[in-house]
Design a protein around this ligand. Sequence first.
Ligand SMILES: [Zn+2]
Length: 153
Amino acid sequence: MSHGVGIYTLGCLKCRRTFNWPSLGDMTYGEILLHGERGTVHRYVSVLNYAAVWNTIGAVISDRSAEGSALWWRLLAALADAVDGQQMGVKGVCPFCHADSTSFRTPRRAEKAPERGEVDDATFEEFLALSESARRERVVAAAGEGWPERCPG
Ligand SMILES: [Zn+2]
């Protein structure tokens, strides 16, 4: 499956190059794009898909963080299958110099209207192949150092 997106021309303040970057637009809720760690691959995720993954995230972080918050998306991204060897994340980086998205600008001569494009849905095959206890360990690991919860078993 894939999802329709707008493809915008962006420039990077650090390396001065321009590149194409997909966007869902401003009026989106419950869906985001994930970006590869080298900035050259992108995947679509939404709250309407991946119930099994969301359930495990919810079981681990329970009521410590409001559902749908940035932490939930960050965890979902961390659990997605790698694409082209790239770990997926919620933050975009320049495909040339890997500067973060605070360096992204719309070039003055860029087309205002985006081209239409497609981004494939993220997959979670590796994560879903794990046992439930192993899945929970992955979520805890993805939540990072200092996370207070410890998985049972
Ligand atoms: Zn750059």
